[in-house]
Design a protein around this ligand. Structure first.
Ligand SMILES: *Cc1c(COP(=O)(O)O)cnc(C)c1O
Length: 468
């Protein structure tokens, strides 16, 4: 399998190269040149298989000859063994035809562990084969950073620099990132928003010489490997619920559009998904673009679901690419418009292609709190605010179009103990941290502070990365 850039001005690369690079050199995002396809019979055969086995089958066509089947199988076994639930991603029934897919049983209590645990092993294996080092930089709205650090800490050949918006993430999120104690991990608290952090990362990737000097790699959801790995839980959960014979829809708490795009990937590969519902909080750019075709960033508002407090949904570019019939000229034109004037309007034909599959809704802060409270009161089940955004939206959409959605699965993207303040405020209950993390609050923190300025971050990285 080869990968091309959404902007069409970069050479095609192997899985290994896409894995290491993150962003393509023309500023685009990597996409597989064609979609692997699974027939209904192939999908039916996943039934009863372990999560690791399904992962191996789904990912094998994507990794091509970067790993042998044996290597891939071994890495999948190893990566998902770090999850505290034997099913890795268990389902929980919350209504007649409504389910929650719990994706938070990994080491940092958020869905990002699913991809990151495997990504860390892939990096390690590829770098060892190439006898190379890599400098990872990533921006985090709270959960990516922790998941990356947990997956990459103490790995030889890797230095990891994670930028987070200072004061805008939860204490547990910060603690998970800053207490690794690993010498190859550098946390930088940036005086700005998540979008500032993400834009700095993009700028540094664009600086060819710097990027080459420090052998820059990325772990944000722009990294194709993460998207591919996330498509696995769509397959695993769908099959557990009766796919390919059962009509299913997914509701996905959405920020950067990575997780929901992974659902789209599963759909492209043959998994019958009826609706992909994007659930946003008040930072609703994705909801607005899916409803109107207008992609117009506004100011970021802080909410109780900080991992979705963003106004730039990077992976949306991948959807534009695909829905435009892989027209990279059109992608470039829209992205140039975004760069110049902040936003863009999708051409009508392109927009109309999205609506049969994609839909969206927004959840207000008030609705989120009521939803957490109701779940606790009706079933003693604590959900985190991101999951609550998903549940509010799933209900709105199911009420509106029950016949179209069929069974609705809401992705639960974080453990309630990761956002205890909001959970307590809504339910009066303090969610407890899993045993392995009980002493989290006592662990010493290490982090640096920096202005929201690419030059300052560049200097910090140059001062701390071992050059290759
Ligand atoms: C990252 C994150 C999201 C948003 O996922 P995207 O792939 O950015 O759309 C939702 N919930 C939680 C808890 C997250 O960490």
């Amino acid at each position: 399998m080869r990968y091309c850039s959404t902007r069409g001005r970069a050479p095609s690369v192997s899985f290994e190269e896409a894995l290491l690079a993150g962003l393509a050199p023309d500023g685009g995002l990597y996409m597989p040149e064609e979609w692997p396809h699974f027939s209904s019979a192939d999908i039916a055969r996943f039934k009863g298989q372990s999560f690791a086995a399904i992962a191996c089958a789904v990912l094998s066509p994507f990794v091509g000859d970067t790993f042998t089947d044996g290597e891939l199988a071994e890495m999948c076994e190893h990566a998902f063994a770090n999850f505290t639930h034997p099913a890795v991603a268990p389902l929980r029934q919350i209504g007649d035809d409504e389910w929650i897919l719990e994706l938070f049983h990994g080491p940092t209590l958020a869905f990002k562990d699913v991809a990151m645990q495997l990504l860390g092993l892939m990096f390690e294996k590829v770098l060892a084969k190439r006898d190379q080092k890599l400098t990872i930089i990533g921006a985090t709205s709270g959960d990516t950073g922790g998941a990356a650090i947990e997956a990459l800490k103490n790995k030889a050949r890797l230095n990891v620099f994670i930028l987070h918006p200072e004061g805008k993430i939860s204490a547990v999120q910060r603690k998970i990132m800053t207490t690794s104690g690993a010498a190859n991990i550098f946390n930088i608290a940036v005086d700005g928003t998540f979008d500032d952090c993400q834009s700095i990362v993009k700028t540094l990737f664009g600086e060819r010489e710097f990027a080459q000097n420090v052998a820059l790699g990325g772990v944000n959801s722009i990294n194709w490997a993460r998207i591919a790995i996330q498509s696995v839980y769509y397959f695993a959960s769908a099959v557990a619920l009766g796919a390919p014979d059962r009509k299913l829809s997914y509701c996905v708490p959405t920020g950067n559009f990575g997780d929901i795009f992974a659902g789209f990937v599963a759909h492209k590969m043959g998994l019958p998904i009826h609706r992909l519902c994007a659930a946003t909080n008040q930072n609703d750019i994705v909801h607005r673009v899916l409803q109107t075709g207008d992609y117009q960033p506004t100011k970021v508002n802080a909410t109780t679901s900080p991992s979705m407090d963003i106004q730039v949904a990077s992976n949306f570019e991948r959807l534009i690419f695909e829905m435009s019939g892989r027209d990279s000229d059109q992608v470039r034109a829209l992205m140039a418009c975004q760069k110049q004037s902040g936003g863009f309007t999708l051409p009508k034909t392109l927009f109309e292609k999205m609506s049969p599959l994609f839909t969206s809704q927004m959840a207000s802060e008030k609705e989120v709190i009521v939803c957490m409270k109701e779940h606790f009161e009706s079933s003693s089940y604590l959900i985190d605010p991101h999951t609550a955004v998903g549940c509010v939206v799933a209900k709105k959409i199911a009420d509106r179009e029950r016949d179209h959605t069929g069974t609705m699965v809401t992705l639960s993207t974080a453990h309630p103990a990761k956002f205890p303040e909001s959970v307590v405020a809504a339910t009066g209950q303090t969610p407890s941290l899993p045993k392995s993390m009980e002493d989290l609050y006592d662990r010493p923190e290490v982090m640096s502070h920096c202005a929201a300025d690419p030059a300052a971050i560049r200097a910090f990285i140059l001062g701390h990365a071992q050059t290759v």
